[in-house]
Design a protein around this ligand. Structure first.
Ligand code: NAP
Length: 295
């Protein structure tokens, strides 16, 4: 490996997100080499101090660490496959979105070429990069993560998840599942209240109170899922099913879309049929993850 480098970090991919990453690194005093397929996207960054690489191989040898932020993994392979021999001894930090299988495959690909590899996922929009609001999930070599803390912490709240390279993608989609769950449930409530002339702004403080209360149950429920035991200290699935029936009936009577509560009730009814009528709510994990056990 040529160990002579000219910058702290290289960034490949100067789309909306890549440019925000470079912008933040320059502002925090990191010398940064950039490469993008469409070269003119680098122009403005060059005027602010970024260093241009005129090829991918020059980009990767310019710095000990290369951040990758292109559209998807196939694009990533298009960029990196021709320069595999230059990667020996380098660290790749891949911030391109994808799934856990792609992340693990990329880690094996990098390892075969002598590179260290961290897989990442950005849970943020470009304007928040460089603020604590921008969560950067990372998985792979802990030593590599620790060695690059200065760069990763500059980008946002850098969060190390573990050695398995698939973890950052899995946390990413699990987080999105929570986000859409809350948003869709809130919209159901907004639609119900609108039939009585209550606007979304009036409903929202109450919705937030309920959401926060529900979050407060999660620690106890996580213990039940991890322990595989579901004592109904608060409410049984039968009680939940009764409440869901009211939500469905009220929605249908008022002309509000009832698909979401019907899905909830389908899952609960199936768990009750499976013998979990007296169990607490997290017993429903069996409907999401069939291999989970109950007692
Ligand atoms: P974008 O603005 O569409 O930019 C895409 C980048 O990928 C460009 O640099 C593009 O190069 C490059 N690219 C695409 N196909 C390529 C190929 N075959 N060969 C070489 N380069 C290729 O997208 P973005 O918003 O920056 O997103 C980049 C990554 O960040 C994605 O994985 C995205 O999911 C993730 N992300 C984005 C956001 C967000 O809010 N924007 C949030 C979280 C995560 P050209 O300029 O030459 O087209």
């Amino acid at each position: 490996m040529n160990t002579k480098t000219r910058s702290d970090v290289t960034i490949i991919g100067l789309g909306l997100m890549g440019r925000a990453l470079v912008d933040t690194l320059l502002q925090t005093g990191h010398s940064t080499t950039v490469w993008n397929r469409t070269a003119d996207k680098a122009e403005e960054l060059i005027t602010r101090g970024a260093l241009r690489a005129d090829s991918v191989d020059r980009a990767v040898i310019a710095s000990p660490v290369t951040l990758l932020c292109v559209s998807d993994y196939p694009s990533l392979h298009t960029v990196l496959d021709p320069v595999g021999e230059q990667l020996d001894g380098r660290l790749l930090v891949n911030l391109t979105s994808g799934d856990s299988a792609q992340a693990r495959e990329m880690a094996r690909w990098a390892e075969k070429r002598g590179a260290r590899y961290l897989d990442g996922a950005i849970m943020a929009v470009p304007p928040t990069i460089g603020t604590p609001e921008a969560v950067i999930l990372l998985s792979g070599s802990k030593a590599a993560f620790e060695a690059q803390r200065s760069i990763l912490d500059a980008l946002g709240t850098a969060t190390y998840l573990g050695e398995d390279h698939g973890l950052s993608s899995l946390y990413d989609v699990a987080g999105l599942s929570v986000m859409w769950g809350v948003l869709n449930a809130w919209l159901q409530g907004v639609a119900l209240l609108s039939t009585a002339g209550v606007d979304a702004a009036s409903f929202t403080p109450f919705a937030a109170q309920v959401a926060q209360g529900t979050v407060g149950w999660l620690e106890d429920y996580a213990g039940q899922v991890d322990g595989g035991s579901y004592p109904a200290n608060d409410a049984t699935l039968t009680t939940h099913a009764g409440g869901m029936a009211h939500l469905i009936e009220e929605s249908e009577r008022l002309g509000v879309n009832a698909e979401l509560p019907k899905l909830f009730k389908t899952l609960v009814d199936r768990a009750i049929t499976d013998g979990q009528a007296e169990a607490s709510y997290p017993a429903l994990i069996t409907q999401f993850s069939p291999e989970s056990t109950t007692s």
